[in-house]
Write a protein that binds this ligand. Structure first.
Ligand code: F0G
Length: 459
C-alpha cells in the first residue's frame, strides 16, 4: 500500500483556539455590524480571513530573529535581505517597506500621476486603491475564462494579450507608467499566470516601451503551478522557475506576509538604478531610511530566511495540497467553488451558492456572515463590497464574480480544521433555499470600504 501524504514539518509550539455557541456568535456578528473585520480574534474558531501575515514561521526564521541587527543605517540584516532578494528574484536593487501596500505607495508615488492608465490582470484592492487615489485608472485585462468558475483552465490569472494591446494602442506610452501582473492573481481566485503568458506580456511591454511590474505576493505559489502545470517545467527547480519569471519584469512589489511567510514586511525590487534612486526619496519619507524602510532588523532577517522556506518544493506541495484537499471536499458536497483550486485559498461562488439573495444585498458578505454563525469560521468577501463604488459615478460596481474567500494560513491549520470548514459550508448549502435576504449598508468609507463598512440585516 502506498504511504499516505503528510506534512514536511512537525509542531513545536501550539496556540489554543476556542469554540463558541451559535447564540454567542449571533450576538458578536451583530455587534461587529456584520463586518467580519470587526470581530475579535477570540470570537473566531478557524480564521480564514487571510493568508497574509498569519503564517507560522520556521525554527530557522525564529533563530534569525535573534541575530537581527537594529542599527539605523547599514545593518547586517539589510545586507542579508539584499543578498536573499538578489539570489531568489535576481533584482539588484531593493527597498524594504513595512508591507505590500507600502511598496505600492512608494513605487506609485515615484512613477504614477493623475490621468495615467495601469493595465494588468485584476489588480488587488490596495493596488487599485493606490491607483485610483492618484486619479489614475486600473484596467483589468484578465482572460475571460477567469470569470467562469466552472471552467477548467490551468492559468486563469493570465493576461488577455488582445485586451492589453488595445489599452497600449489607445494611450500614449507616457500615460502608461507600468503594466502590473499579479502572480498569482488573488482577485481572480489565487489563479496562476503561465510562464508563456509572462513572456508574451513582457514582449508586448517592450514593444510599447512600457515597464512591467510584478505584484509578487504569491510568486512562489505561481512558480509551483508553472512546475506542475506547464509543459517543459516538470523537472525544473522552484527557485530556477522563480528566477526565470522575474527575469521578464522590470521591477516588483512584494507583500512578504504571504509567500515569504513573515508576519509583517514588504519590499520593492528594481532592475534600474535610476528608478531605485528616485523611489529612495519616497521610501525615506514614507517608510524609513534605505537600510530598514519600515522593518526592524530582526524582521528583515526572518524575511531573508522566509524567502528560502517559501520556495521549497516540499513546503509548497504541502501548502497548495491542503488548499486543494479542502476544495475537493467542497466540490464533492456539490458546493460551487472556483476551479481549478487556487494557490492560497478556496473561492466559493456565492452567487451560485445563494441564488435567492439579490445582488444589491451583498451576496458574498451574506455568505461570510452565515459561515461565521454556523461554525465560527471567518472568511472574506471578494465581491461587491470589495469592488467598491465607481470613483466617478459613485454607483456600486458589481463584479462578475461574487466570492467568499477561504484563505488558508501557511503551516497553521491541519486537515481536520479543513474538514470542519467543509461540513459547516455543507450545512449552509443544505438550507440555502431558505436564505432569501442579505444585508444593507449603514455606513461606508469613500475608498476601500470593505474593511470598515457597517451593515445590517435586510429587514
Ligand atoms: N498584492 C496582493 C496580490 C495582495 O494579495 C495583497 C494583500 C497586497 C498586494 C497588499 O499587501 O497586505 O502586505 O499591504 N493581500 C491580503 C489578502 C491583505 O488578504 O489577500 P499588504
Amino acid at each position: 500500500m502506498e504511504l499516505p501524504y503528510s506534512e514536511p514539518y512537525k509542531t513545536k509550539m501550539v496556540e489554543p483556539i476556542r469554540k463558541s455557541t451559535r447564540a454567542e456568535r449571533e450576538q458578536w456578528i451583530k455587534e461587529a455590524r456584520y463586518n467580519v473585520f470587526n470581530l475579535k480574534s477570540h470570537q473566531v474558531y478557524i480564521d480564514l480571513l487571510t493568508d497574509s501575515g498569519t503564517g507560522a514561521m520556521s525554527q530557522e526564521q525564529w533563530a534569525a530573529l535573534m541575530t537581527g541587527d537594529e542599527s539605523y543605517a547599514g545593518a547586517s540584516s539589510y545586507y542579508n535581505l539584499k543578498e536573499a532578494i538578489k539570489d531568489i528574484t535576481g533584482f539588484e536593487y531593493f527597498l524594504p517597506t513595512h508591507q505590500g501596500r507600502a511598496a505600492e505607495n512608494v513605487l506609485f508615488s515615484t512613477i504614477l500621476k493623475e490621468g495615467d492608465i495601469v493595465p494588468g490582470n485584476a489588480h488587488f484592492d490596495t493596488t487599485k486603491g493606490h491607483i485610483e487615489f492618484r486619479k489614475a485608472t486600473a484596467v483589468d485585462c484578465t482572460i475571460d475564462e477567469a470569470y467562469d468558475t466552472t471552467l477548467q483552465h490551468p492559468f486563469k490569472g493570465n493576461v488577455d494579450l488582445s485586451k492589453l494591446e488595445k489599452v497600449l494602442k489607445e494611450h500614449p506610452a507616457e500615460k502608461i507608467p507600468m503594466i502590473i501582473v499579479t502572480i498569482t492573481c488573488n482577485t481572480s481566485g489565487g489563479q496562476p499566470v503561465s510562464k508563456e503568458n509572462i513572456k508574451q506580456v513582457s514582449a508586448m511591454a517592450k514593444k510599447y516601451n512600457v515597464r512591467l511590474i510584478f505584484d509578487s505576493a504569491r510568486f512562489a505559489e505561481n512558480a509551483y503551478f508553472i512546475k506542475t502545470r506547464e509543459t517543459g517545467y516538470e523537472d525544473k527547480d522552484i527557485r530556477e522557475i522563480v528566477r526565470e519569471m522575474f527575469s521578464y519584469a522590470d521591477g516588483m512589489t512584494m507583500s512578504s506576509k504571504k509567500d515569504a511567510i513573515v508576519n509583517m514586511g514588504g519590499f520593492i525590487g528594481f532592475r534600474d538604478e535610476e528608478l531605485f534612486k528616485k523611489a529612495t526619496v519616497y521610501n525615506i519619507m514614507f517608510e524609513g531610511f534605505i537600510t530598514y524602510g519600515g522593518m526592524s532588523g530582526r524582521d528583515m532577517n526572518a524575511l531573508a530566511q522566509g524567502l528560502y522556506d517559501g520556495t521549497e518544493f516540499d513546503y509548497l506541495e504541502s501548502r497548495i495540497g491542503q488548499v486543494a484537499r479542502l476544495g475537493q471536499q467542497l466540490a464533492e458536497f456539490g458546493i460551487p467553488v472556483q476551479q481549478p483550486f487556487g494557490g492560497h485559498a478556496i473561492f466559493v461562488d456565492a452567487k451560485k451558492f445563494l441564488p435567492n439573495v439579490p445582488k444589491e444585498e451583498y451576496i458574498g458578505q451574506t455568505l461570510a456572515v452565515e459561515l461565521y454563525i454556523e461554525a465560527g469560521i471567518r472568511g472574506a468577501e471578494i465581491g461587491t463590497l470589495m469592488a467598491d463604488r465607481d470613483p466617478v459615478t459613485r454607483e456600486n460596481r458589481y463584479p462578475q464574480l461574487e466570492l467568499l474567500r477561504l484563505a488558508i494560513p501557511r503551516r497553521v491549520y491541519t486537515d481536520n480544521h479543513m474538514k470542519v470548514v467543509a461540513v459547516a459550508l455543507k450545512n449552509i448549502y443544505d438550507r440555502r433555499s431558505s436564505i432569501n435576504k442579505g444585508l444593507e449598508i449603514v455606513s461606508e468609507a469613500p475608498i476601500m470600504r470593505h474593511f470598515t463598512v457597517e451593515l445590517k440585516r435586510k429587514g
